[in-house]
Design a protein around this ligand. Structure first.
Ligand code: SF4
Ligand code: SF4
Length: 385
């Protein structure tokens, strides 16, 4: 951080990225939630820098401010400065520093401990990782795809529904694939974003070794978070797999007529997951899938694609919920925006978005008027009988 002192100073004086391009909303989810400058990108960086320089003392509150960033990359996308691409790296770097000094919020420490002990942040037994997967084959050498399900897909009721739906579609398209079941381990994306680089390396190396032993060449992930880390971080540790998010694979199968539609009837709006959109520029495939279904009308929320608004679940918040409380939490704000489009369905492509919005839609009292559905569920419902 010391070598970035000038940039951080300039950032603190700026604040431009707090808004999207039309200046109508606060677009940093933690600033939107708390409305204090210290929770905006620039304020957070300035405070962290002051701590690293020894100008202020560490406190639990300072650590909470640093960890209230969901690593959504809105600031990176909006920032006009040359150093824009480094901003989230600075935040992750500062978190690493806090981890090394054992100065992290209690919830973050518990998150790491759960991943270490149970192999997932939900503290659920490894033996239960595949209870959702009756009838789905284990990966065998020679299968075309390893379906990496992830922690929410394995344990969360809504994530399990997504995983089953995708597996059903892959079976129908006659794709040879398998899962790792109880042997599957956390991907580590959130551990990385929370700054525990030692634990992240251990998870990445363990996963890569297992994938290599099995002869895996192609991986399809349910979660954009796993997609992101396996595609962008794992190669540093010797991975050379082809990694796909499931919306990419489904789009390809549809283009090749391996999945065909009959009819649906819905007005749908779509949430861009940060780790699919801003991190990996996958904006079109999920939309093209939805637009290709006869009877589906796709309407956009005012904030979409690069300007999209995070659900609040990134960086482990789908478990820790450091932004929790009240009407102004990002997931509730976003559900209201989805409802304002007139859509009856909010489509997601991420199990973290799914779990955040399932809670939010109930808290908003909109569960009878706005249904949260995963893209693969909508595809499943649109197949010929
Ligand atoms: S991240 Fe960029 S746009 Fe945002 S406050 Fe800092 S310098 Fe300004
Ligand atoms: S990454 Fe997202 S949550 Fe973090 S500072 Fe930037 S806009 Fe705010």
């Amino acid at each position: 951080m010391q070598e970035y002192a000038d940039q951080i100073h300039r950032c603190f004086r700026c604040g431009y990225c707090t808004f999207p391009t039309d200046y109508s909303y606060f677009n940093c989810p933690s600033y939107r939630r708390f409305r204090f400058e210290s929770y905006s990108t620039a304020g957070r960086l300035w405070l962290t820098y002051a701590w690293l320089k020894g100008e202020i003392d560490w406190s639990e509150h300072l650590a909470e401010i640093l960890y209230s960033c969901t690593t959504c990359k809105n600031c990176v996308e909006q920032c006009p400065m040359k150093f824009a691409g480094d901003i989230v790296d600075w935040i992750v770097g500062a978190r690493s520093d806090m981890v090394e000094k054992s100065k992290i919020p209690l919830e973050v420490g518990r998150f790491f401990e759960a991943v270490q002990v149970y192999g997932n942040p939900l503290k659920l037994p490894r033996a239960e990782r595949d209870t959702w997967a009756g009838g789905i084959n284990r990966y065998e050498p020679g299968d075309e795809y390893l379906f990496y399900v992830g922690c929410l897909g394995s344990y969360d009721e809504n994530g399990q529904r997504m995983a089953r739906g995708l597996a059903e579609l892959l079976k129908q398209a006659r794709i040879s694939f398998g899962i790792l079941g109880k042997e599957e381990e956390c991907c580590g994306n959130e551990v990385y974003m929370l700054g525990e680089m030692g634990l992240f390396q251990m998870l990445a190396e363990k996963n890569i070794q297992r994938f290599k032993e099995l002869g895996v060449r192609k991986i399809v992930t349910l979660s954009p978070h796993a997609y992101n880390t396996m595609k962008n971080n794992y190669p540093e540790f010797g991975a050379g797999f082809q990694v796909y998010h499931y919306t990419q694979l489904l789009y390809d199968l549809i283009k090749r007529n391996m999945i065909r539609f009959s009819q649906n009837q819905a007005k749908v709006t779509y949430q861009d997951p940060c780790f699919l959109g801003r991190y990996n520029k996958i904006y079109d495939e999920p939309r093209q899938i939805l637009q290709g279904i006869p009877g589906i009308e796709l309407v956009e929320m005012e904030r979409n694609r690069e300007d999209s608004f995070c659900c609040g679940g990134g960086s482990g918040n789908f478990v820790m919920d450091l932004l929790a409380g009240g009407e102004e939490i990002p997931s509730r704000v976003r559900v209201r925006e989805a409802y304002e489009t007139g859509a009856d369905t909010l489509a997601v492509a991420c199990p973290s978005c799914m779990t955040m919005f399932m809670d939010a839609v109930k808290e908003e009292g909109l569960e009878d008027r706005l249904t949260i559905k995963d893209v693969s569920q909508i595809v499943n419902e649109s197949l010929p009988c």
